[in-house]
Design a protein around this ligand. Structure first.
Ligand code: B16
Ligand code: MG
Length: 217
């Protein structure tokens, strides 16, 4: 049995924190009289905090100084963190634990590859931190997805070739990053949105043990 790198995105793959990001961004948008919808929120998936703010300001055609932007970024993160206080194991998305356990049993490399700077406390609170051999998050990379840096770094730290790596992602930018890195891309979500992925599943409950075993080879 070969050893492969299984790299997981966080938000939208392991936990559904997108709803908390949305609430926190909506508060900022409201205070600036910008109409920010659930549909607009799709544009922020997998995108860094700084870039997310620029997208929202762009929606409202709002110009701002760097000082103002920095203030909103702090406010947004404080508000976002307040939603995470009560987070626990119940927020791990259905089917994820079964796959993590299977990969551990089969002695595979397991990594996190996330744009979030809050990844570690989220993994801790939801009780899955110990599954991960390697964590690469928004604090460790300088280029955002679709740049493959985050996934290449994860594979490198696991000492596994990118060609022997598999990425689970819910964002278009993340799937593109995995494809550029020549990794196997597995989209978690809607086929219409993630059609560039090598494989697509609605969620982890749809992934059979045999699919993972085939990937391991
Ligand atoms: P933070 P992922 C991403 O996480 C989210 O999808 C994106 O909406 C968020 O803006 C970004 O993390 C930064 O998060 O503000 O916590 O640093 O999907 O790459 O795990
Ligand atoms: Mg995501």
């Amino acid at each position: 049995m070969s050893k492969k790198a299984f790299i997981f995105d966080l938000d939208g793959v392991i936990v559904d924190t997108a709803k908390y990001h949305f609430l926190a961004w909506q508060k900022i948008a409201k205070s600036l009289n910008i109409n920010f919808t659930h549909e607009d929120n799709e544009l922020l998936k997998g995108v860094s905090r700084v870039r997310s703010l620029d997208i929202i300001l762009g929606l409202g055609n709002v110009q701002a100084t760097q000082e103002q932007k920095d203030q909103w970024l702090i406010q947004k993160n404080e508000d976002y963190l307040s939603y995470l206080v009560d987070m626990d194991e119940s927020e791990v998305l259905p089917g994820v634990l079964k796959i993590l356990k299977l990969l551990k049993d089969k002695n595979q490399g397991i990594a996190l590859g996330s744009a979030s700077k809050n990844a570690r406390p989220i993994l801790e609170k939801t009780g899955v931190l110990s599954y991960f051999d390697v964590i690469v998050d928004g604090n460790d990379v300088s280029n955002a997805k679709p740049d493959p840096e985050v996934f290449l770094k994860a594979a490198q730290l696991l000492n596994i070739d990118p060609k022997n790596s598999i990425v689970f992602e819910d964002s278009v930018a993340g799937i593109q990053a995995a494809n550029i890195a020549e990794m196997v891309s597995v989209g978690i979500g809607e086929e219409t949105i993630l059609h560039e992925a090598d494989h697509i599943f609605k969620d982890f409950t749809q992934i059979e043990t045999s699919f993972i075993e085939e990937l391991i080879g």
